[in-house]
Design a protein around this ligand. Structure first.
Ligand code: BDP
Length: 331
């Protein structure tokens, strides 16, 4: 009996050793499902671009690498997504530069009000040397524990409220939700309103219950989050043009072969341009749907808001004066 037990134990050990032997180790290295996350729902341009990237990755590696998408805040807001990616619990996270600023301060230059003249200026900056440098800085920063893969578009953010806003006076006393970064709260305060930082997931309820009077975002987010059903005035303040970044967990990245890293980088580049065309189509479509849904689009004298927000640019931008000059000179 004793001998038999010994035999069985030894057999189990041998089997276990066998399982760890070369073929299965290789198998373990072979199959890898990369978890991806986005606050937006399936079909939204950023989500769709990463889903397509996953299909290409799967095809290019014969199924060895694939991407599993967790959309619509299933894994929490962007702050949580950043933390999960840093720990390696999540591999790909599509994050607005808004919440990335507190992680890598230099990225905050893209979070300054009216730092870009228009969307085409912003695109030239992220497509050019500055864009690459910023991704590299994000990757090299020991605090980030993330790899910056590519940029994505998020258009122009405009203030939406229950009353029309033509100038700073119309924002007086209005609580406007901003993304989690002190720059945005100060921007809204400088614009005449009262900025309140709050997670994206809490916003619909906050608008409904009157915890905030309004918010600000691009047309696709304003539409898909159904905020337009509560706040019917879309005021073209254009105060922020914030790009988004697709980041990869550094912890997972370091376990990948150089070839796999290069493949993911290449596919991310393709995702960047695919997202852009999906984005342009969605912005146009959203504006049509918003108007059909009863939204009034209000023209705004942006110059007044530009001047009112100068103190914010000075406060947060002065340490990056040389970079800001290069952005301004990008044509
Ligand atoms: C959307 C961005 C998303 C942000 C959201 C927000 O795509 O990344 O989380 O705004 O306002 O435009 O929080």
């Amino acid at each position: 009996m004793l001998n038999r037990t010994r035999f069985v134990v030894a057999g189990t050990v041998l089997a276990a050793v066998g399982m760890l032997a070369v073929p299965s180790l290789a198998a373990a290295q072979q199959k890898m499902v990369l978890k991806a996350s986005d606050v937006h729902a399936l079909g939204y341009p950023t989500v769709e671009a990463v889903v397509r990237m996953g299909k290409k990755l799967e095809a290019a590696t014969d199924g060895r690498l694939s991407i599993q998408m967790f959309p619509a805040m299933q894994l929490g807001g962007e702050k949580e997504m950043i933390e999960q990616a840093q720990l390696g619990a999540l591999q790909l996270a599509r994050i607005s530069v808004g919440p990335m600023g507190p992680v890598v301060d230099e990225l905050n230059v893209f979070n300054l009000p009216f730092v870009f003249r228009d969307e085409s200026h912003m695109r030239k900056v992220i497509d050019g040397p500055i864009g690459q440098e910023m991704l590299d800085k994000l990757t090299a920063n020991p605090n980030s524990r993330l790899v910056g893969l590519c940029w994505m578009d998020a258009g122009t953010r405009n203030v939406y409220t229950k009353k029309p806003v033509k100038g700073p006076g119309d924002l007086k006393g209005q609580k406007i939700r901003m993304m989690g970064n002190p720059i945005f709260v100060e921007t809204m305060n400088a614009m005449g309103g009262s900025g309140m930082s709050m997670g994206f997931s809490e916003l619909y309820n906050a608008l409904q219950t009157g915890v905030v009077d309004g918010a600000e975002n691009n047309p696709p987010s304003y539409l898909t989050q159904n905020h337009y059903q509560i706040t019917k005035y879309y005021n073209l303040t254009g105060h922020l043009i914030i790009p988004e970044i697709l980041v990869f967990s550094k912890r997972t990245w370091d376990t990948l072969s150089a070839q796999d890293q290069a493949l993911i980088k290449k596919l991310a580049q393709e995702a960047q341009s695919e997202q852009r065309s999906l984005w342009d189509a969605m912005v146009a479509d959203s504006m049509v749907k918003l108007k059909a849904g009863g939204v009034t689009v209000v023209d705004v004298d942006r110059k007044v808001f530009f001047e009112a927000t100068k103190p914010v640019r000075d406060k947060y931008g002065s340490k990056y004066a040389a970079l800001l000059k290069r952005i301004e000179d990008t044509n």
